[in-house]
Ligand binder design. Structure first.
Ligand SMILES: Nc1ncnc2c1ncn2[C@@H]1O[C@H](COP(=O)(O)OP(=O)(O)OP(=O)(O)O)[C@@H](O)[C@H]1O
Length: 701
């Protein structure tokens, strides 16, 4: 068939008038034949099974029964009239009920003739009933085309009041297959189809809408998921190739004095193998002629800061400035302080720029940035302001990407004529394949090894009623010279309430841990930054032993002497947040603990979260569970969610298919690298046509 036919507006389909077309388009995004063809059912009802009335269960279920009507009556009620038919088989009786269309239905129904009925059962007052059943005479049911598995299309229940029922969609799809004769252009090349033993596209599309049996359905689903993921991968990888080809980067050819001196004389510990590997990857990127766009993933406490610093030293050795951006002031402060400490008396100029830096100081920073005398700028998003002009920004490092949008990332590009190299650091572990899908435009490095001597944090769950015992434990730890965090949840909608929780907690902790033996810091969002800094600094220096805080301390805070993390109302936190918080302890050589406090009432999901935390310290494992609980959209916020707007594949569940799809996408692009660039002369007919057809060129050019 001609491709054009699939672009036919849906109104050309029999039975679709302008009104219906309007609803289809606005509610389901179906405007053309092609849209309808790709509107897949989200579940199927097995129609190979016939139930007996005696087998019905009280929980509502969709069932198919053979029997006959022996009696019909109209029942008048306050709410309106109902038509009720008594339906029997050789095992029992039930009621069929209609609330609308009485007259017509009554005329149609035949008494004492075998019917096959289908619908959802209800159990009420000792009787099973089925409202508005689908009915067919057994005689014609046996003759007609048997539907083995009935497709159920998404949203049809919601739209039935607008005339878009499941049956309507089913009929439209049937009509579509009739008009196109069910022959659709193949989109994958014969070698892929052969190697993976895929069914053809036409067969897959038929079986996704009208599966003949479970096996055929499974093969159709596999084929269509693979195809979908394959094209997403082609798109992402092409984007990556294009970027490398097109975007000239600043070549950092030298490894010079700063890097070497630091490495030989200042590095406070030996790098882990993973850190070395990642630094090598970064060096290779910086030395090539293309712009680096790299995502550095490393679990909490894995040692990303040193990698960031050494990358910035490479920039400096090549005569370029760099900046390090953090999502919060506390974190920016901390990065600044720890960088300053690590570089000691090396001849490197470094400054901190956040919202609370004074105007007079700011001016100095702006000037030294512009004249090039400032080498490294650490800051919050204040760095992105237009006023902040660099002399020659060569490397921008962004910590905790998920708090900065892609748009902000691109702002950095314009801080130099040739865009600076970009390194995005994240401690949110993202399963690798998902990361590939989300960050197809970034290369990925992973620090998959913790510094030596770390002991896994022991995590336990305690109920609020055990608080006194927990306090005793804290006192023991503090006696040993350790420090502890006590964290309260923060929910944006109700800051006042959270504040109250925190203050109540602070009061009771102050009573339990009185001066002068115990000293407590408190940090929360409503404090002035200066005060936060002072409190934070006291804790870092060890002047206070207890830090009472909201989640402002969630990311990046590094106090190796802190060994206990207590999380209050732990059920109110998400998994990745819990993992981040726990990452604040276990950063030194001492055994550390994380105590999750909750009330007794927990939802099933909260239980899963708590159990996961107590069962494992592995950030990647936790991320997998988190993904299952929340879905990928949530994990990354809305950014790039368009890419994940998949019709049939599920990035988490279909991970294996994703890997296969990626393998083939890589292979085709390796064989024909020009495919990613070439717009007019497709080498591989089938792919190239499809790439164009799916508007992939629009994405990548
Ligand atoms: N190779 C190493 N050997 C020993 N200690 C190390 C090593 N690398 C880093 N550290 C130390 O481990 C701690 C954590 O490092 P860092 O703060 O860089 O972690 P991170 O990856 O930024 O973690 P987070 O995302 O949780 O902030 C620091 O105290 C750091 O000095």
């Amino acid at each position: 068939m001609k491709t054009d036919l699939l672009q036919t507006p849906i109104t050309y389909l029999k039975g679709v008038g302008p009104n219906r077309a309007q609803v289809l388009q606005s509610e389901l995004g179906i405007a053309t034949f092609d849209d309808l063809l790709n509107f897949f059912p989200n579940r199927y009802i097995d129609k190979t099974r016939y139930y007996k009335i005696s087998e019905l269960e009280r929980n509502a279920a969709e069932v198919q029964i053979i029997g006959k009507i022996i009696h019909i009556k109209t029942v008048e009620q306050k709410k309106g009239r109902r038509l009720v038919a008594k339906f029997i088989d050789d095992t029992g009786e039930m009621e069929l009920v209609w609330f609308r269309g009485h007259k017509w239905i009554k005329e149609q129904l035949q008494l004492n003739v075998p019917y096959v009925i289908f619908g959802r059962t209800n159990w009420f007052n000792g009787v099973f009933s089925m409202p508005h059943p689908e009915m067919e005479l057994l005689s014609s049911h046996e003759q007609g085309l048997r539907i083995h598995m009935q497709p159920i299309y998404p949203s049809t229940e919601k739209l039935s009041n607008k005339g878009i029922t499941n049956r309507v969609i089913s009929h439209m799809v049937q009509q579509l297959f009739a008009e196109t004769r069910g022959v659709f252009r193949e989109t994958l090349s014969p070698d892929v189809i052969g190697e993976l033993k895929l069914v053809s596209r036409s067969e897959a599309l038929f079986n996704i809408h009208f599966p003949q049996d479970q096996k055929k359905l499974a093969r159709a689903q596999f084929r269509l998921k693979l195809e979908e993921l394959f094209f997403v991968q082609i798109q992402l990888i092409s984007k990556n190739l294009l970027r490398k080809k097109k975007i000239r980067g600043l070549p950092f050819e030298r490894v010079g004095e700063h890097f070497n001196t630091f490495y030989q004389e200042y590095l406070p510990f030996e790098l882990t193998g993973a850190q070395q590997k990642v630094i090598k990857e970064i060096r290779a990127d910086l030395g090539s002629n293309a712009q680096m766009n790299r995502l550095l993933q490393g679990d909490v406490g894995s040692g990303k800061t040193i990698v960031a610093l050494m990358s910035m030293l490479l920039a400096l050795d090549n005569g370029y400035q760099s900046c390090l951006m953090a999502p919060t002031e506390i974190l920016a402060n901390q990065h600044y302080n720890s960088l300053k400490e690590i570089i000691g008396d090396m001849n490197i100029n470094i400054a901190l720029l956040t919202g609370s830096v004074k105007k007079s100081e700011r001016k100095g920073i702006h000037e030294s940035l512009e004249d090039g005398s400032l080498h490294i700028l650490v800051g919050t998003h204040a760095v992105l302001e237009h006023k902040v002009q660099f002399n020659n920004l060569g490397l921008a490092i962004i910590d905790e990407q998920h708090r900065f949008g892609v748009a902000q990332r691109s702002k950095l590009w314009h801080k130099n004529d040739i865009p600076p190299h970009i390194l995005v650091m994240t401690a949110t572990p993202i399963p690798r394949t998902l990361a590939m899908s989300l960050y197809g435009d970034l290369d990925i490095s992973v620090i998959d090894e913790l510094p030596p001597g770390r002991k896994p944090v022991k995590t336990v769950h305690r109920y609020d009623t055990n608080r006194l015992k927990v306090f005793r434990f804290l006192k023991d730890e503090i006696k040993k010279g350790r420090q502890v965090y006590i964290v309260y949840p923060l929910i944006q909608e109700s800051q006042a309430l959270d504040y109250k929780d925190l203050m109540d907690g602070y009061e009771s902790i102050s009573r339990e841990f009185p001066l002068p033996e115990y000293r407590i810091s408190i940090v929360h969002g409503q404090m002035k930054s200066e005060d936060k800094d002072i409190e934070m600094a006291r804790f870092v220096k060890g002047e206070t032993q207890i830090m009472v805080a909201t989640t402002v301390i969630e990311v990046g805070v590094n106090v190796p002497n802190a060994t206990v993390m207590i999380i209050e109302s732990a059920e109110r936190f998400g998994l990745s947040q819990l993992h981040q918080l726990r990452g604040r302890v276990g950063r030194g050589g001492d055994q550390s603990y994380c105590i999750l406090m909750t009330g007794h009432k927990l939802t099933a999901e909260a239980k899963t979260r708590i159990e996961t935390m107590t069962a494992t310290n592995d950030g990647f494992e936790i991320a997998e569970v988190d993904l299952r609980l929340r879905g990928p959209g949530d994990l990354m916020g809305t950014q790039q969610s368009g890419l994940l707007n998949l019709k049939i594949a599920d990035i988490v569940r279909d991970n294996d298919i994703l890997k296969t799809a990626r393998f083939y996408a890589l292979r085709i692009l390796q064989e024909d690298p020009d495919l990613a660039l070439e717009k007019n002369l497709p080498i591989r007919q089938t792919y190239a046509e499809l790439l164009r057809h799916r508007n992939i060129w629009n994405y990548i050019s």
